[in-house]
Design a protein around this ligand. Sequence first.
Ligand code: ZN
Length: 678
Amino acid sequence: MSRLIFTFAIMTLSLTSLCSCRSTAPEAESTTTEPMPWVVDKFDDIKVLRYEVPGFEKLPLQQKTLIYYLAQATKAGRDILFDQNFKYNLTVRRTLEAIYNKYDGDRTDANFVAMEKYLKKVWFANGIHHHYSNDKFRPEFSREWFAEAVGKYVDPQNLPIEKSLLLDIIFDPALYAKRLNQTDGVDMVTESACNYYEGVTMKEVYDFYTAMRDDNDPTPISYGLNSKLMKDEQGNIVEKVWKLGGMYSAAIEQIIFWLEKAAQVAEEPQKSIINALVNYYRTGNLREFDRYNILWVGDNESNVDFVNGFIEDYGDPLGRKASWEGTVNFIDSTACRRTQILSANAQWFEDNAPIDPKFRKKEVKGVSAKVITVAMLGGDCFPSTPIGINLPNADWIRKEYGSKSVTIDNITYAYDKAAQGNGFNEEFMLRAEDRERIAQHGKLSDDLHTDLHECLGHGSGQLAEGVKGGELKSYTSTLEETRADLFGLYYLGDPKMVEIGLIPSLDVAKAQYADYIMNGMMTQFSRIELGKDVEEAHMRNRKLIAEWCYEKGKENNVIEWVKQDGKSYIVVNDFDALRSLFGELLKEVQRIKSTGDYEAGRKLVEDYAVKIDYDLHKEVLERYAKLGLEPYSGFVNPDYELVEKDGQIVDVKLIYKTDYTEQMLHYSKEWSFLPTLN
Ligand code: ZN
């Protein structure tokens, strides 16, 4: 279990096809100028968005200043990730940037334009391999043109490798083809281009770390987490540790500099937490990293929080070495208030659930979710970004001290805003009134549906005596997600939600209902290859609910298929009746779970959740493809500026940025501390 790494692919798709909900209008942006765009750049299969940091201005000065220093520390490690991803990434990036900056030819020339696109991709992936597929990028400019440009614009002093090698790195598709190769049977270490190992084989790595392992240690050290493994001049296998005075020292020195500034303005317990991290960066001692993590996971008081370090091991084919990343965030009080209200009313929801009273829980506790606003993203969280964080990763710390699990609301919000106007709802949603309700209430309805699902839905209900759970076998997760979703759908349309102040009107539920049915019966198929079945549990559960309600409400035309101009649309005619159907199905699914009725569960899933009508599927895919939506997204960061008066910090200014290239060049100029080869 580690960070919830919802990649862009998944996220983008989930917004366009799982829940194409829209947000309310942005709060008080400047009235005179045009609103800032949410999508700031597009190239290849990528779009770059910006995110807002609502609530920052209202924070006390001490917290703003703390965020400022932590944000600086987050920017300082960027080069580390480039180098970790591939030994020659900094060489390629700096060469490309030199040409890009000095080029005095025609900037509309096809070769230059193709190089610019390639450079944007390199910035986005923190290297020359695709951030998601791990495949090396194919340049669309010519080798000859590039060789000439290098000769003309790049100072040979700044090129630490042979020019021919540089050209091969970029242009030879077979050389360093994959950043990460986890194919069974190959030497994953020598076949992966990432820079965590050099001159060693997979077997040597295994042997090296097996010898270090102590199976009797109840607090096992994450050996290898913060080092590169390689051979020294005598041929001995050694770890080159990432620490002050070790590998990546120049960047780590900067990180420490800003963390120490942060510690000066932080309050306890955060001051000690930051100091523990600094101590770890100074010593490279992994025990110290554990101590830091234990302190960090125990701090649930501080409003401002951060991640900074060698955290996730997805980039290492052996899952041992961690890539550098950073984020700075603070608590989103609005969203937390939402889940607190739900938790406070948890028993009411349970007592009124439309299920057999004997399956209601006598005493129920809601879980309150922690929702945060990010203020800065760096390293492996940038520009591609997770929408949730679940740390630390060390199993024994999780077991002993727990973990922090948070979702990042302002990132989800930005995805939502960016999806507006991409034509998706216009294409698939027939009625203007539904589109308008989604534009107005979509984000809130989506958030609340998730809150109800997570905070109350999964925890509600109880098993009959003698039922252990597990009876539903392979249908367990689909039926469990169905149950939690139904709980959310049913209660979203309950007047109680208005009464406790969570929604302004039941229009919020209508927005969710129309969208949910459309997605479940149609638009989510855009993620599935033609001819294939629905496999994934959440997708199955949505289809199950929508199809079941369609069939049961058919007589009264609750949900209807409409054909218009040769296109298929699914519309909800009767929202109240649909809500009753959600309640009815919830009752049945709860019964199935509580009694462990495998046969009924199997039948529900197989009848409603799996098979897709071929013609409809084909139509959805064609209509979706025509929209031309990029599958991956990432972000530019805002900037922060200290406002000083008479040598005192009096404020921190938040400045939104909308130019991807400008930000990348700025980072490469001002936040680049490592040598080209490390
Ligand atoms: Zn769930």
